[in-house]
Design a protein around this ligand. Structure first.
Ligand SMILES: [Zn+2]
Length: 171
């Protein structure tokens, strides 16, 4: 009996360690490829070196946006933000999503059913998922899934740390 419990403990620690490694320390799983046909609003582009991004972003932003990490669920105050406004990219201020398209997905991550304009973002295959990136600075933002609400049926599952909220009422 005692041995079983010890085995279970070791298995749990191992699984937890692997999960933490994949979530927090893993290097980018895919090389960066910007699709040749990707466009951005007003053809705006922000390109910086890795060193410049490290300086500009916080550690958590850098880990998610430039290293394709995923924030801890429910860690972002934006997950349950419901004021009227716009969500912009934390790296380049590109307007990404409108509050009107935000919904409670129950996942612990800010979720939207469509981007503000179609070319605010672009997508790339990421294993069995579809990655979402900022079309202006190529930052990793999250993933899009096909189990969202009407009218699109899409769920843009975003990392709150990759976005800033601009309230419509604030001056
Ligand atoms: Zn951006």
């Amino acid at each position: 009996m005692k041995q079983n419990r010890l085995f279970l403990l070791i298995a749990l620690l191992l699984a937890g360690g692997l999960w933490a490694y994949g979530t927090f320390f893993a290097l980018p799983r895919l090389p960066h490829r910007r699709p040749a046909d990707a466009t951005s609003p007003g053809n705006r582009r922000v390109e910086k070196t890795d060193a410049e991004w490290r300086k500009l972003l916080t550690w958590s932003q850098y880990r998610v946006m430039r290293n394709r990490g995923t924030e801890w669920p429910n860690s972002s105050p934006l997950t349950h933000e419901h004021q009227a406004g716009t969500y912009v990219c934390a790296g380049c201020r590109n307007p990404l999503f409108a509050s009107q398209t935000k919904f409670e997905s129950g996942t612990g991550w800010p979720s939207f059913y469509k981007p503000l304009v179609p070319n605010a973002i672009y997508t790339e295959p990421d294993g069995n998922r579809t990655e979402v990136r900022c079309s202006v600075c190529d930052a990793h933002l999250g993933h899009v899934f096909e189990d969202g609400p009407e009218p699109t049926g899409l769920r843009y599952c975003m990392n709150g740390v990759a976005m800033l909220f601009r309230s419509a009422t604030a001056r």
